[in-house]
Every structure is written in C-alpha cells, then in structure tokens.
Design a protein. Structure first.
Length: 426
C-alpha cells in the first residue's frame, strides 16, 4: 500500500482535511493563550495551567464517546465543530477576564472527545483494513504538522500582534472543518443500533472493560500513556523555558514556538518515513526498543542547553514518537471488535489527555520551585526507567496477530461488503 492509494479515496481526503484544519486552529489558540497568561502573570504554573486546561474535558471523554457511538459519526463531528465555533468566538469579546476565558476553553473542549472518537471510528470504515496503517500514519503525522504550524503562528502572532487574531482564525477553522465533513463524507448509520443500546454508563464501562481487560489492548494503552506524558512536558513549559533562557527578550516568541514545534515536526518526519518503508511486522517488534529510546533522548536537557539545542533534542525524540505511535494506533484499531471503536478510543484518548494534563501541571509546579532544565531532565530519566519496565512485559508478536483475527471475525455478516471496492471495510 502507498500513500497515493490512501489519498485516492475522496472520503479519506475529506476526513484528513477536516482534521488538519481543526487541529491548526486548536494549536493556534493554545499557543496564544499560553503566552498571554505568562506575559500577564510571570508565573510558570499559571502558564502551564492555561496550556493544560484543554485536557480537563477529557474527564468526561469516555462518557461523551459512548454517547457519540449512538449517533452517526458524520453528524457527531459536524455538531461538535459548530458548538466549538460558537464558544471560541466568545473569546473575541474585549476585556474578558482570564477565569472566564478558562471556562470557555473548558466548555469548548467538551466537543473534542466525541469528535475525535467519531473520527477515529470512521477511519477504518473509509479506508479498509489493508490501508489502515498508512491512513493512521497520515492522520497522526498531519496532526503533528498542524501543531508545528499552529504553535509557530500562535506564538509569533501573540508576541508581535495580539492573541485575538489567533482566536479568530480558530473560529474560522471550526466552520471550515464542519463544511468539509458535511460535503465530503457520506451519511452512514450509527454502529450501535437502538436494540443494542443499554444504559449509557454501562456502555461506557464496557469500553473500559474491553481496553483494560484484553492483554494486547492493555499493553498498547500503557505504552501510549507513558510515551505521551513524557513527550508533552517540553511543549507545556516552552513559554517559561524561552523566557528564562539566555537569549534576548525579542527572541522569546521564536524560542517558544521553536521548542513547541520541534516535537511535532520530528513526529511528522518519523511517522512518514518509518511507516512507509519499515514492514508492519518489523514495526511491531521494534515498539519496545523505540519506547525506551524516546524519553532517553531528552535526558541531556538536564544540563540547561540553549533553546536551539533543546529544540533539537525534542525534535529527535519526536522522530521516535512518530515512528512509534502510529504503529501502536493501527495495531490497536485492528484488535478492536466491531461496535466498540468510538468507546475504546474515548477511553484511550481520555487517558492520554488527562495524563498529559497531570504531567504538565506537576512539572509546572516543580519548575516554579526548581531550575526548569533539572525538572525536565529528571522527568525524562523517570520515563526511561518506566519504559524499560514496560518493555520487559511486552506481549509477543503472535499475540497481536491473534487479536486482529478475533476482531475481524466480530464484524456481523450483514455488514460484510460484497463488492471489490468495499471488501476491505471493517
């Protein structure tokens, strides 16, 4: 399979484009608000809080994702985009207090769990199982590219002009994303039929039981959680890191954007090259090794290097993350039984977002009391040790193949396609 084959599917192009537009807007506003709060408060903790608040809505992620599975995925994505467009537009009002801005950011963030879960659940329906690995790599690397654009533009605009420009662009991105989904993706029925529905809380619990009760899904989830909580820290502390560096005040915005964008940029490069040229079976076998090396690359930050060196180290770690996470994501999707995709992604995505929130808050509090490079370096040493422990208990490759076979057999016969065009859909 090639990237050309994947992008030859019109629905995938629409799904891909709407996701990129969505995420560029999100990271524009995140970088702008983070810089604004630090400028006003000169507090690393408050700056980290402004960055981390977007993760709090994921406390309700599993419940919202289970709710989203009851409705057609296309409708869920459009509704979420329009609701977030209205809420973010309120941030453009002049003289808005920072606490009110935080509340609006939190409310708008409630649209992310159902939207992302619906998007993830729709992906194998659009591209089929054989193209799924490259499709996942494409969407995840494009998301990281969106971070590069959003962080650099948001940090630069917030320092040179005003954060409201970035927020205005964010409003436009939600409107554009909703339009792309509405006109580019065909209607499909909800995967959870009315007769199959139970109590919403019970359906949510079933998602947790599936993810953490299956050895393969549980192992993948633990690695994803561990990788992300050590990868997010340089981004979350970038504004303070740039301001406390040795460069002049005029370069703080550039240094912040450079540190925030380095990891996503590395992710893009690693994701494209690794997932295109390394065979799938070998990618799975390399997961434990890549997981250990990724946090190890950030340990030298403990010496307090200048911002360009920090960005280079984050870039190298991002290369490993781009090689690792799309493989884990595709393996996870292939192991999911029918009817559980949105719920399972809601559980995993919620854990990712909340663990990132905790990591940024904890390191932000520590950096308020100790030298910031020391905090990040010791945090990375802890990540390396944690990954060594995870690698010891990593399942054998045959376990992943067996899980994929069980999941494929769970698709109802009535939904098995009969034409050559759709015979790969799962």
């Amino acid at each position: 399979m090639t990237f050309r084959e994947v992008f030859g599917l019109p629905e995938f192009r629409a799904l891909f484009s709407s996701g990129v537009v969505d995420q560029i807007g999100d990271y524009l506003s995140r970088a702008a608000v983070t810089a604004l709060v630090y400028q006003q408060s000169q507090s690393v903790l408050l700056s980290a809080t402004s960055f981390a608040i977007s993760y709090l809505p994921w406390l309700f992620g599993p419940l919202l994702s289970a709710l989203a599975e009851r409705y057609p995925h296309r409708r869920v994505m459009i509704t979420s985009d329009l609701c977030r467009m209205v809420l973010i537009s309120l941030l453009l009002l002049p003289g808005l207090p920072v606490p009110v801005m935080f509340v609006l950011l939190f409310l708008s963030g409630l649209g992310a769990p159902p939207s992302r879960s619906a998007r993830s659940a729709m992906l194998p329906l659009v591209v089929g199982r054989d193209r799924l690995a490259l499709a996942v790599a494409s969407t995840q690397t494009s998301g990281q590219a969106a971070q590069v654009i959003g962080y650099l533009a948001g940090a630069t605009l917030s320092v040179a002009l005003t954060p409201r420009i970035a927020l205005g662009l964010d409003v436009l991105t939600f409107a554009l994303s909703a339009a792309i989904v509405a006109f580019g993706i065909r209607r499909r029925p909800a995967e959870s039929a009315g007769a199959e529905r139970t109590h919403l809380l019970q359906e949510t619990f079933e998602g947790f039981r599936l993810v953490f009760g299956d050895q393969v899904l549980r192992s993948i989830t633990i690695v994803v959680y561990t990788v992300t909580i050590f990868a997010i820290v340089p981004e979350g502390l970038a504004a303070a890191w740039a301001a406390e560096g040795t460069s002049g005040p005029d370069s703080h915005g550039l240094d912040q954007g450079m540190i925030m964008a380095a990891g996503p940029l590395g992710f893009v490069i690693g994701g494209i090259l690794f997932n295109r040229f390394v065979p799938a079976a070998r990618r799975v076998r390399l997961i434990p090794l890549l997981a250990v090396i990724a946090p190890l690359l950030l340990v030298p930050t403990i010496t307090g290097p200048p911002a360009p060196i920090v960005a280079l180290l984050v870039l190298l770690a991002g290369l490993l993350h781009g090689s690792l996470l799309p493989t884990l994501n595709a393996t996870f999707v292939l192991a999911l039984p029918h009817g559980f995709r949105a719920r399972a992604f809601g559980v995993v995505n919620s854990g990712i977002q909340l663990s990132q929130f905790g990591a940024v808050m904890l390191t932000g509090m520590l950096a308020d009391r100790f030298w910031l490079p020391t905090v990040v370096g010791l945090w990375s040493i802890g990540g390396t040790l944690a990954m060594l422990l995870v690698a010891i208990f990593w399942p054998r490759p045959v376990a992943f193949a067996e899980a994929a076979e069980r999941a494929s057999a769970s698709v109802p016969s009535a939904r098995q396609p009969t034409t050559s065009v759709t015979s790969e859909q799962a």
